[in-house]
Ligand binder design. Structure first.
Ligand SMILES: Nc1ncnc2c1ncn2[C@@H]1O[C@H](COP(=O)(O)OP(=O)(O)OP(=O)(O)O)[C@@H](O)[C@H]1O
Ligand SMILES: [Mg+2]
Length: 538
């Protein structure tokens, strides 16, 4: 069908203007600058004298200027209530308003456009609603100079299309913001879950040696001191590293772990310090190292005794100067990192064999925490067994209530070479194989059975076994009570006379404990908490 030439020229102009506006709205991630660009396109393409996008703030219930062109700065600060002035009416009713001559419209408040104050000539005013989800929550308003060449009905129509595009941009923006809020909330959740998981109350044990460990954690957590955690495999070194971090001022910052034994020598340096693109074959892009990732937080170097000598030199430099470079890089980076290292290796022996640098040893060994093997804290075995029983019964949905006495005896008699990790595995296995409400001896792993049948428990008479346990318990409590028999008696719920009698019976030298050892902390799982909340002593 043939069309009149000037019509199609107008259509083309409108299409070009719309395409321009679409580009402006989609061209920036920042909503305000996208709206400003859009208004500038209206200025250039449609000849508006001034214009603004107004948005309703859901919380305050006020309408404000989100973006404007051609209006003075005090106009940009204008506020309206829904229903107030023409802009307020458009937002409230969701219908467009056309004012052919601004000078003759008493409802026009002139708050945002400031025509009178700036001495602007009379104009025509058009305002259309912006409705991202059916309900209007904003308005697009513009002034046309009253030269008369504008068909205001056509312009209102055109502006409605633009307002629909703005609404679309607002929806997209809101989706991005919702996603960000969701991610943030999820992150906060994950963090608090983590904090809870590594809360001190998750460390079980009230034996003297463990109380000492709690005190040390409490002493050092608030500082930025380098900590070296030592102890056999499976004693809980990593748990303690977490506890230090989550009880430190860096708790909200990252906790980054590097397993020095798990990485081959060729990878460890690039893992720790990162590398620049092209630093070696295969380095296709820059990679940040764990030191950078841990910035502001804590870096946990697990199995630090396994580090090779060249990496030890680099690590020493970071500890001494707080600086490092990425592999193949020239830029010197600052490291604001608290270092916690752990090892089950005999570092002194490694030093003697020249496998561990002496200078690094002294840098790491500023504050060391020794986690005793489980066989040296027998009173904790039952507490830990109960703790893991509750944990795994819940995890595997079983209603197991207790551990039978013979099974307890087996747990107590065993020497636990794999420490707490082995005990944890034993209890999980028992929970899985147990089909009743009680864990019996035959639910425990074969190694414990052999220990028992090979005679570790059977060859010992009941009196001797009880006596040994009584002595261990006494030693433990006397250590906590610093050799004070009256205090030890109170902790054990017995009399001082009985304690003194047993001390003589077992030939315990009470003086050994006077003046050292940890002071008595409350019994039960809260011991760790109590140690943390009390001011550091000793
Ligand atoms: N005192 C404790 N209370 C509760 N759980 C503990 C305790 N000590 C250790 N565990 C648990 O025992 C397991 C082993 O602990 P962890 O990994 O911290 O040991 P580790 O000393 O780092 O061992 P490795 O030297 O083999 O790395 C973990 O599941 C940990 O949660
Ligand atoms: Mg570990």
């Amino acid at each position: 069908m043939p069309r009149r030439a000037n019509h199609s020229r107008d259509d083309l102009r409108i299409l070009a203007a719309l395409s321009d506006i679409g580009g402006a709205l989609g061209g920036s991630a920042d909503l305000r600058s996208a709206l400003e660009r859009m208004l500038e396109k209206l200025e250039a393409g449609r000849g508006i004298a001034r214009g603004a996008v107004f948005l309703l703030h859901e919380d305050t219930g006020e309408i404000h200027v989100e973006a404007g062109v051609g209006i003075p700065s005090n106009g940009l600060r204008a506020r309206y209530r829904p229903g107030e002035g023409i802009v307020g009416r458009v937002v409230q009713s969701g219908r467009p308003v056309i004012v052919p001559a601004t000078g003759r419209e008493p409802l026009l408040l002139d708050r945002a456009f400031q025509r009178r104050a700036s001495g602007a000539p009379e104009a025509s005013f058009v305002a259309v609603p912006i409705a991202p989800d059916r309900r209007a929550t904003g308005a697009l308003a513009v002034d046309f100079p009253v030269a008369g060449k504008h068909d205001l009905q056509v312009e209102a129509h055109f502006l409605s299309v633009v307002a629909a595009m703005v609404a679309q941009a607002l929806r997209a923006q809101r989706a991005i913001e919702d996603e960000r809020t969701r991610l943030l909330a999820e992150n906060v959740n994950l963090r608090s879950e983590l904090e809870e998981r590594y809360d001190l109350s998750n460390i079980v044990g009230t034996s003297g040696p463990m109380r000492q460990v709690y005190e040390q954690i409490a002493q050092v957590a608030q500082t930025s001191t380098t900590v070296l955690i030592r102890g056999e495999s499976g004693t809980g070194k990593e748990l303690i590293a977490h506890a230090i971090h989550y009880n430190s001022p860096r708790a909200k910052q990252p906790f980054v772990k590097v397993s020095c034994a798990a990485l081959p020598d060729t990878l460890i340096e690039s893992e720790l310090f990162g590398y620049e693109r092209g630093a070696f074959t295969g380095a296709q892009a820059r990679k940040r190292g764990r030191f950078e990732l841990a910035h502001g937080g804590t870096l946990f170097l697990d199995e630090v005794g396994e580090l090779n000598l060249p990496t030890q030199v680099k690590l020493l430099r970071v500890l001494q100067e707080g600086e490092f470079e990425r592999l193949g890089g020239t830029e010197t980076l600052k490291a604001d990192v608290r270092l916690i290292a752990a090892t089950n290796r005999d570092l002194e022996a490694a030093m003697a064999e020249r496998q561990f640098r002496e200078d690094l040893y002294y840098r790491l060994n500023v504050f060391s925490i020794f986690v005793p093997p489980l066989r040296d804290r027998k009173p904790d075995v039952m507490l830990l067994a109960d703790h893991f029983l509750i944990k795994y019964a819940r995890q595997h949905n079983k209603r197991i209530r207790r551990i039978a006495t013979p099974a307890i005896d087996m747990l107590m008699a065993y020497h636990w070479p794999g420490n707490v990790r082995e005990l944890e595995n034993t209890i999980e296995r028992a929970v899985l194989t147990c089909d009743g409400q009680v864990i019996h001896g035959h639910h425990l792993s074969p190694t414990l059975q052999t220990a028992e049948s090979s005679g570790t428990t059977v060859q010992v008479s009941l009196t001797d076994a009880v006596g040994q346990y009584e002595k261990d318990l006494l030693l433990d409590v006397l250590k906590s009570a610093r050799g004070n028999c009256a205090r030890a008696a109170r902790l054990l719920g017995t009399t001082e006379r009985i304690v003194s009698y047993k001390v003589r019976k077992y030939g315990i030298e009470v003086e050994r404990f006077r003046g050292k050892g940890a002071p008595a902390a409350p019994r039960g799982r809260s011991a760790a908490r109590a140690a943390l909340s009390a001011p550091a002593r000793r």
